[in-house]
Design a protein around this ligand. Structure first.
Ligand code: FPP
Length: 281
């Protein structure tokens, strides 16, 4: 599917962009450089089940509560003028969960798309979905298509929902897309990194520079395997339903404290040359 390229001009939010803020958020915002935010934030929203268990509630109550954190994260990133946000909503491995939980998650997503569309439109957000859409229930596929169509003309943040997503599946799908493009053209050129990137679900988007994972697990869980090659990883013990705007601002601050080296050397220690991307690890 063709997507228009993301705008190249740097758009910077003002401190007032977030509307009313708590004293804790004010103090975090004072430390944050709004011109040096990550371009693409990816989030593994984990811990809904544990959040519910701690309160002796059914797991689905955790998922429902998690939609509030999704809303806060989406709106905050859009208002901070972050270019792209990717949320890991349902993995290819999640089909192994009980059918009742899968059905609930699919229904929750459909409800979310319906209820949150005014917020998405108000914040000028363009929606994309990453994953094998053709394997989803027909109703979900319709709603996904509808959400993309309704927001296709928006110029603000790109919100990607990873749905029936697997990092390995994505790379295999990209390879197959390249093969079918080549069929009949008799081309024998080798596949390049750039060509593979263009065939991933995230085509046209910058790679995530910040990956956030809630609830403390130190795993990447088959998420954006290719794209997170150089991402800073921020793992917090906070369970996803407790992930507030202040916790998000903390993650952004932590990102700004890290040195981005791309395998090169510390900035300012070499000549004016930028460190070469992919020069090491
Ligand atoms: C993991 O918690 C979370 C998910 C399977 C994703 C579901 C996310 C939401 C419902 C948030 C809403 C998002 C959108 C875009 C509508 P878990 O069940 O694995 O938690 P556990 O590890 O504590 O069991």
């Amino acid at each position: 599917m063709a997507h228009s390229p993301t705008p190249k001009t740097l758009q910077v939010a003002t401190p007032g962009s977030l509307g009313p803020v708590t004293p804790e958020e004010v103090s975090l915002l004072e430390k944050l450089d709004l011109a040096r935010l990550p371009r693409h934030v990816a989030v593994i929203m984990d811990g809904n089940g544990r959040w519910a268990q701690k309160r002796r509630l059914p797991r689905i109550a955790g998922h429902r509560s998690g939609t509030q954190s999704a809303r806060t994260t989406i709106e905050t990133c859009a208002r901070l003028k972050i270019e792209a946000l990717t949320l890991y909503a349902f993995s290819v491995e999640n089909w192994r969960r009980p059918k009742t939980e899968i059905d609930f998650l699919m229904a929750l997503l459909r409800e979310y798309l319906r209820k949150e569309m005014p917020l998405i439109q108000k914040n000028n957000i363009r929606m994309r979905f990453l994953g094998r859409m053709d394997e989803l229930p027909a109703g979900v596929q319709n709603d996904v298509r509808d959400a993309m169509e309704k927001t296709a003309g928006n110029q603000g943040m790109v919100l990607c929902v990873a749905l029936n997503y697997g990092g390995r599946a994505e790379i295999v799908d990209a390879m197959n897309a390249i093969l079918s493009e080549r069929n009949g053209h008799g081309t024998s050129n080798k596949i390049t990194e750039e060509q593979l990137s263009r065939h991933l679900y995230t085509e046209g988007l910058p790679d995530p520079d910040l990956l956030i994972r809630t609830s403390g697990e130190m795993r990447v869980s088959n998420f954006l395997l290719w794209q997170i090659a150089y991402a800073e990883i921020f793992v917090t013990e906070t369970l996803w339903p407790d992930f507030s705007r202040a916790r998000l601002l903390e993650a952004l601050l932590e990102f700004q404290k890290r040195e981005r080296r791309y395998g090169g050397i510390r900035e300012g220690q070499a000549s004016s040359e930028k460190p070469a991307r992919a020069a090491g690890h």
